[in-house]
Design a protein around this ligand. Structure first.
Ligand code: ADP
Length: 255
């Protein structure tokens, strides 16, 4: 069997109304069930805990101080996990929650523990939902963004493909929201200065990474020999189409 890791950004998971997009998670569960029939396992790396927790605690926007962010993450993670659990069970799939910190991949023995636990979950037919443990993790022990986390999780489970679902349909030669002449890049075989330069400075109000962290994550994956894709979360049936060999979004091909 093959394994796909899918990373879902906050802006894809949480709507303009600051509610979790349950319909999106339900569709993900439907695709996960179909992937299973195609011989693929799925691991989800999900952002959205803070974005989901903040309105529940009465914050009008994402708070600035660390303890409030940690409180939002703690509340939001619980609600988000419940939605994954409900929607995947409706598609006859079990999910599990795996919260990691950088410590878990920084030393060999904990790396192996994380690897063995994730591998066993996948073998048992579970769809692990992975996130950074934002409640207890402060800056110095952070992966920092889930694009990097998804790349490390892909290495842990020896993934065949890592898919990042974003608010944009792939990588362009420049940020298309600032530069109308930006051209779509369907395929990247080498991360050179031009590719890195294309990302510029890019973060949305709900996301934390921007395009540059996605490119850095793709570089980690290319080094590990793992293919990756950046495509839009709005792309219909994207995971199933990718598993069937169709090209969707920007493909980063390892050497
Ligand atoms: P997510 O929350 O899904 O992780 P981000 O908002 O962090 O997504 O990153 C995607 C955004 O990066 C795009 O919506 C776009 O505004 C910006 N961006 C900057 N440079 C580029 C580029 N070269 N190609 C595509 N998008 C870019």
């Amino acid at each position: 069997r093959k394994t796909m890791v899918v990373k879902i950004g906050s802006s894809t998971l949480v709507g303009e109304d600051r509610q979790i997009r349950r319909d999106f998670i339900a569709d993900l569960a439907r695709q996960a069930a179909e992937l299973r029939n195609l011989g693929w396992n799925l691991v989800v790396v999900s952002s959205g805990a803070i974005a989901c927790g903040a309105p529940k605690l009465g914050f009008a926007k994402k708070p600035a101080d660390m303890p409030s962010l940690q409180a939002c993450a703690s509340v939001g993670q619980c609600i988000l996990s419940a939605v994954y659990d409900e929607e995947f069970r409706a598609a006859s799939l079990l999910t599990s929650l795996v919260l990691l910190t950088r410590h878990d991949t920084a030393c060999r023995s904990s790396y192996l523990h994380a690897r063995d636990a994730l591998t066993r979950l996948v073998e048992l037919g579970v769809v692990p939902v992975v996130n950074e443990n934002d409640t207890t993790t402060v800056d110095e022990i952070k992966f920092g963004d889930n694009d990097t986390l998804a790349a490390l999780v892909s290495c842990l489970v020896s993934a065949d493909l890592c898919v990042t679902l974003s608010d944009i349909d792939g990588l362009y030669t420049a940020n298309p929201s600032l530069d109308p002449t930006a051209q779509f890049i369907p395929r990247v075989t080498k991360i050179d200065a031009a590719i890195i330069g294309s990302a510029g400075d890019s973060t949305t109000s709900v996301g934390t990474g921007g395009m540059i962290t996605k490119i850095r994550a793709s570089r980690i994956l290319m080094t590990a020999g793992i293919a990756s894709v950046i495509c839009s979360g709005a792309e219909e049936n994207a995971l199933v189409r990718l598993a069937s060999g169709e090209s969707v979004g920007t493909l980063f091909v390892p050497p």
